[in-house]
Design a protein around this ligand. Structure first.
Ligand SMILES: Nc1nc2c(c(CN[C@H]3C=C[C@H](O)[C@@H]3O)cn2[C@@H]2O[C@H](COP(=O)(O)O)[C@@H](O)[C@H]2O)c(=O)[nH]1
Length: 341
């Protein structure tokens, strides 16, 4: 049986058949113009991954890669039912929420001498130990903690069996191809298989596999084993924050019926038609924004600080969403509880 459509093909197909989510061409252009002003700055540059984020590793070595692998293996579902009651992790004098609470907990564990980024440790780590490592400063635990425990054991065992316990060996097997690495990760590690159905077709988003490739490229600073010649083939990562910021910026719209559902905080299940439309149209929207931005750069002869691709646009828009949380309060994000994003 042939595989699912690629994320890019899936997104195009979904956008062409979507009933409740719509891309706004004028909004796409407005976002591209917003980004045009940033193309020569640090935010739309590979170096921003380290320069702008104090919890990310500084190094570009095997240990840093294994840090990225654990972080992206657990990089899912941080949202809480009530925003005022959520998991928080204090680390080195700062308090972190959401994805950053995961990174803070990993760094806190390493500081405490717990080798949480070593496969030989997390392949057999117990649920009690995982609950301690990812403990919250509030009475709200990190969501899906049992799933995180199961996935750590499963992933650690496979990394030991197939890649001598180091993600560097997985990267080296992909021979500097982003696509080969993405597919090797999806084939080897079940929790990365972000695949579902839409209108009778098998589609893929591979959100965590794609962000793992992107973070590998970033942590290795695009050099050596991380010099992916095809990094531009990686699309944005279909999570629950990007749709929210794209609606906020006017590039994406929801039908009245869907917006009402989201405003009520109704759950959508992984693979539901509307959930797939939100993820697919967001992905396609970012592809259109990237095309428009590259046209504007060409037309205006703008100097860029390196190649502009969907990975960098995604990172920028995700950071923008974190920095504009207050302004975006009125825009709902979809509530899906799953291990894929
Ligand atoms: N599209 C996209 N989704 C991303 C990321 C990240 C963090 N990655 C990079 C960002 C900085 C570092 O440089 C990391 O490399 C997390 N997420 C997703 O967001 C959700 C968590 O959101 P909140 O609850 O607000 O923390 C959850 O689904 C999580 O999977 C990204 O970059 N793009």
């Amino acid at each position: 049986m042939d595989g699912p459509l690629t994320p890019r093909e899936s997104a195009k197909f979904i956008a062409e058949n979507s009933r409740d989510v719509f891309i706004d061409g004028r909004g796409v252009r407005r976002v591209a113009e917003l980004l045009l002003a940033k193309v020569s700055g640090p935010e739309l540059h590979l170096g921003g991954w380290k320069a702008l984020h104090e919890l990310n590793p500084r190094a570009a070595d095997e240990a840093a890669l294994n840090w990225v692998f654990v972080a992206d293996t657990l990089n899912f579902s941080f949202w809480s039912e009530h925003d005022e009651r959520k998991c928080l992790v204090g680390y080195r004098g700062k308090t972190y929420s959401g994805y950053w609470s995961l990174c803070a907990a990993v760094n806190r564990a390493l500081d405490e001498g717990i080798p949480i980024t070593s496969a030989s440790y997390y392949a057999t780590v117990t649920l009690d130990q995982v609950q301690h490592i990812f403990r919250s400063d509030t009475d709200v635990p990190m969501p899906l903690i049992e799933e995180r425990h199961r996935i750590l054991n499963e992933t650690g065992k496979i990394l030991l069996e197939k890649f001598e316990g180091s993600f560097l060996n997985c990267v080296r097997k992909s021979e500097k191809s982003a696509q080969k690495l993405m597919h090797l990760v999806v084939e080897s590690f079940p929790s990365y298989r972000d695949v579902t159905q839409f209108e009778g077709k098998r589609i893929s988003f591979y959100k965590r596999a794609q962000i793992l490739v992107a973070d590998t490229w970033s942590v290795l600073e695009g050099k050596g084993d991380g010099c992916f010649k095809d990094i531009s083939s990686i699309t944005m990562f279909a999570d629950y924050r990007l749709p929210q910021v794209l609606v906020h910026l006017g590039a994406l719209n929801y039908s009245k019926e869907l917006l009402e559902k989201l405003l009520k905080g109704e759950m959508l299940s992984y693979g539901d038609r509307q959930e797939v439309e939100i993820r697919g149209c967001s992905l396609w929207c970012v592809e259109l924004i990237r095309d428009c931005l590259l046209e504007l750069i060409e037309k205006k002869g703008e100097k860029t600080s390196g190649e502009i691709n969907s990975v960098l646009l995604d990172y920028y828009l995700w950071d923008y969403a974190r920095d504009h949380r207050e302004d975006m309060k009125g825009i709902p994000f979809h509530h899906t509880r799953c291990i894929y994003y």
